[in-house]
Ligand binder design. Structure first.
Ligand code: 5AD
Ligand code: FES
Length: 348
């Protein structure tokens, strides 16, 4: 137990971790030591954000995608995916009901869909910006040129989520088709930062071929980028992908990594993800208790929910936004946290 406690304390103090320490934390069966790690991460989040949990309303507005990432259920090669796009009116309706429910951040997430040209994205963004001037607009629509990112920013977008997926070149190539590269992905993140977005990177836990070494690279990349947000959740196989038969990531490993990230980046906005809630009924609560401070319930129309199937058995696909909102509130209160109605900006 002493050993894990010492490691946890050292991470908090130095805001860094060695490869050996990471290995130790990820492989130990010292449950009390790990409980200490989680509580230290929780205290760290509390020092910055108190018991506030921020909510983001996720609008999955298109599942068309020109990419072919091997892990993802909406990859272009998946001919079984039932494709959809929301109209501007539908997106605005999601925001309207979301605003009423107290959401002050809208996350527009979608595949890399050529239908949504820069003009169309900007029209949607400025439409939301005009109507909801007190809300943050987050985009999560993949790799674009710096010019495109600038246009969205000028139209009123404030934040951008683009998981780097893995910071190890060879690992990146095993998860993605040839035409994609880690260097371009990283460049996108730097461009976004330079433009002035609050940026989020992140990765899946337990993705195929992931090792302690690749995870160590992930953590070092996060330290270098110093993002405002980090999104991590377990890899969960999707039945129509090349990784259908691969093993899923575990909750335990995800929780340990959430804690490590909180200790290294005390102020970071860290979601307890839907994927974590999918592999365990109390996954999202445990994520918060391990140092996460954001939840992202779905605002998409229930009619399309099941179609945005990045992985199997995704939760909340049958629930109206209002149900998820109150469910989330209840779940957070049960663990002594409080869902707040605010944009929930990065605490500078
Ligand atoms: N399991 C878990 N997460 C996934 N993502 C994509 N496919 C899966 C999967 N099978 C994640 C990726 C992507 C984010 C939107 O969803 O990390 O960046
Ligand atoms: Fe969606 Fe509980 S958060 S039903």
């Amino acid at each position: 137990m002493e050993k894990i406690i010492r490691i946890a304390d050292r991470i908090k103090e130095t805001r860094n971790i060695t490869p050996n320490e990471l290995e130790e934390l990820l492989t130990t069966d010292d449950e009390q030591g790990i409980e200490y790690l989680h509580s230290l991460a929780r205290t760290t989040a509390h020092e910055v954000y108190g018991n506030a949990v921020y909510i983001r309303g996720l609008i999955e507005f298109t599942n068309y995608c020109r990419n072919d990432c091997l892990y993802c259920g909406i990859r272009r090669s998946n001919t079984n995916a039932d494709r959809y796009r929301l109209s501007t009116e539908q997106i605005m309706e999601c925001c309207r009901s979301g605003y009423e429910l107290g959401f002050r951040t809208f996350v527009l997430q979608g595949g890399e869909d050529p239908y949504f040209t820069d003009e169309r994205i900007c029209a949607v963004v400025s439409g939301i910006r005009e109507k909801y001037s007190d809300c943050a607009i987050t985009l999560s629509i993949g790799e674009k040129t710096k010019e495109s990112y600038q246009k969205y920013f000028d139209a009123g977008a404030n934040r951008y989520l683009l998981r780097h997926e893995t910071a190890d070149d060879e690992h990146y190539r095993r998860l993605h088709p040839r035409e994609m590269s880690l260097s371009n992905r990283k460049q996108c993140l730097w461009n976004l930062k330079e433009i002035g977005y609050q940026v989020g990177c992140g990765f899946m836990v337990g993705s195929p071929y992931q090792t302690v070494k690749t995870l160590y690279s992930d953590i070092q990349f996060i330290r270098e980028l110093n993002p405002h947000m980090v999104g991590i959740g377990p890899f969960i196989p999707q039945h129509d992908t090349p990784f259908a038969k691969m093993k899923a990531g575990t909750m335990e490993e995800t929780l340990r990594l959430l804690s490590v990230i909180r200790l290294i980046c005390p102020r970071v906005l860290l979601p307890s993800t839907t994927a974590l809630g999918t592999i365990h009924p109390q996954g999202r609560e445990k994520g918060i208790l391990s140092g996460a401070n954001v939840v992202m319930p779905n605002l998409s129309p229930v009619s399309v929910r099941k179609k945005y199937e990045l992985y199997d058995n995704k939760i909340c696909t049958g629930d109206e936004a209002a149900e998820c909102r109150s469910c989330m509130e209840r779940r957070m209160e049960e663990i002594g946290c409080h869902v707040v109605i605010s944009r929930g900006d990065y605490a500078e």
